[in-house]
Design a protein around this ligand. Sequence first.
Ligand SMILES: [Zn+2]
Length: 281
Amino acid sequence: MPHAVTVVPPPLQLPGGVLVHCVPAHEDNLIWLIELPSGEAAVVDGPDAEATLHLCAARGLRLTTVLNTHTHGDHVGVNRDLQRRGLLSGLRVVGPKGAADAVPGLTEPVEEGDEITLNGASRLKVWLTEGHMNGHVSFITTGAVFCGDTLFAGGCGYLFDGPPAKMLESLNRLAALPQDTLVFCAHEYTLDNLRFAAWVEPDNLDLRDRLEFTTRLRAEGRCTVPSTIGLERATNPFLRAHSPSLQARLREELPEAPLHDALAVFTAARALKNTARHRAH
Ligand SMILES: [Zn+2]
């Protein structure tokens, strides 16, 4: 099956001359390759290493670092693939201390509050952002966040480990980053996320515009990631528990669900998304 993204976007520039390349892999995984001015590169997650190694070769980059947000197979698969090819030993592998046993080749377990530096050029803060999976971390640098399967463009990750309170705390924390922060999530799930969002919050005009724009991009096989924190705050239903129309839809669809506070609304919204009922509308 071809990847959801058939038109690979040009790299984005972050402060300090750092470039971020989008590397589509498998069906909908988005690998992010961080290129430093020194010609070194760090890969963030991935199901395998094939396309990343191709890109490194094409640009003359030396892959020195793997950053893992969490330990699902389509995120640490890149470690395993590098290992199979005999390329993992010697690499710096940064991953969640809370799931250290499940990160192949881990050299640098990290936890909440840690800070890492990539070749002196790029500093990344580590936040524990659990909810999707225990131990899940996000990497935050000036102008960008690599948040794995926590915050998605227009949605949020499935709550494998949960509980909802942890995920909501993680999302709220990410949402408090500066509005123009680029959100590099790990999957091209945006269109389905926004179809759900528009169904649960039908009076949100920003959301309607975003859905229309995203529909056009996806019809052309283009990538919809990264988004920005500002856009997520305006249109992502999992950050919008305060919205009266969202609450009204939840009341209508899940009449038994409590909606007395932001956590209850978030929990109900996540449960409703899981029913996939929006796909029938
Ligand atoms: Zn995952």
